[in-house]
Design a protein around this ligand. Sequence first.
Ligand code: IMP
Length: 199
Amino acid sequence: MKLILASKNRHKLTELDAILRGLGMEVALESEYGLDLDVEETGTTFAENSYLKAKAVFDASGHAAIADDSGLMVDALHGEPGVYSARYGGRQTDAARTAYLLENMKNVPDDQRGAQFVSVITCIFPDGRKITAKGVCRGTILHEMHGTGGFGYDPVFFVPEYGMTFAELSAEQKNAISHRGLALREFSRKVQEGIYDDE
Ligand code: IMP
């Protein structure tokens, strides 16, 4: 089955493709279908925004559509930046948003720097049925950036299991433990077991 990813983010495409390919599903960016949607993420939860994005692509294309809405929730900042991760502080680049986060956390001591990445995947199938799946990955926020891989806040998100940041892990290592990897495996389990939302 071919799924259209409701996103312009190539990093997300790469991460989703690596896992979904093994399940016999192909993913393509919406641009490959001639779509250039600007979906306003008006929801206050990852689930709402994930649905809004998948629904917009489904409605515009009639094809099966999949969306990931994700973000970083920092304990000491009461869950911020959360659903606003991609536009945190109005900063325009990943590096600027990460620097802004570190600035906001400069007085937070080491034992209170816990955080989690959250991903909610929504897939709407051609018959209109949908599946939602969520993944959460816990870690801590470092005081400075380490590593050059991945994207977003990866260089400051430290995972104790590996003793490294997400940006220092290989793509396979990140997929094995990340919020998106967990959500996708939950999604694939639901697909295989035929567990749809609201049924
Ligand atoms: P979305 O595209 O609206 O879901 O925004 C997700 C934002 O959350 C991204 O722009 C990143 O800032 C952050 N984010 C989500 N997943 C990751 C990840 O795996 N690594 C680093 N940052 C992430």
